[in-house]
Ligand binder design. Structure first.
Ligand code: SF4
Ligand code: SF4
Length: 90
């Protein structure tokens, strides 16, 4: 999954560090290592690695992380797995 990249600078991923409790769930479910723990809170360490799958937002208990899921690269990657070939977004 590390090979897949989104278009640079277009992800809808947002993080409210004040609302983050540091539970770490988002770092566990993120398939691209976009989020990482730092000083008991999470931070975005690879913004352009985000494919907007929505797993982090769905699992965050405080709503500290948000994204508009179901668009762009995630759909392209799934289609490439089904049909073969390189995803159009990466
Ligand atoms: S939307 Fe998906 S890829 Fe992006 S940070 Fe959240 S879990 Fe990771
Ligand atoms: S799931 Fe939410 S509260 Fe937990 S570390 Fe991630 S952003 Fe912070």
């Amino acid at each position: 999954m590390k090979d897949f990249r989104y278009l640079p600078g277009v992800s809808t991923l947002v993080l409210d560090t004040e609302a983050c409790t540091g539970c770490g769930l988002c770092t566990i479910v993120c398939p691209h290592g976009v989020l990482a723990m730092a000083e008991k809170r999470v931070e975005i360490v690879d913004y352009d690695g985000c494919m907007e799958c929505g797993a982090c937002a769905q699992n965050c208990p405080t709503g500290a992380v948000g994204v508009t899921p179901g668009v762009g690269c995630a759909a392209a990657i799934i289609n490439s797995w089904i049909k073969g070939g390189k995803p159009a977004c990466c």
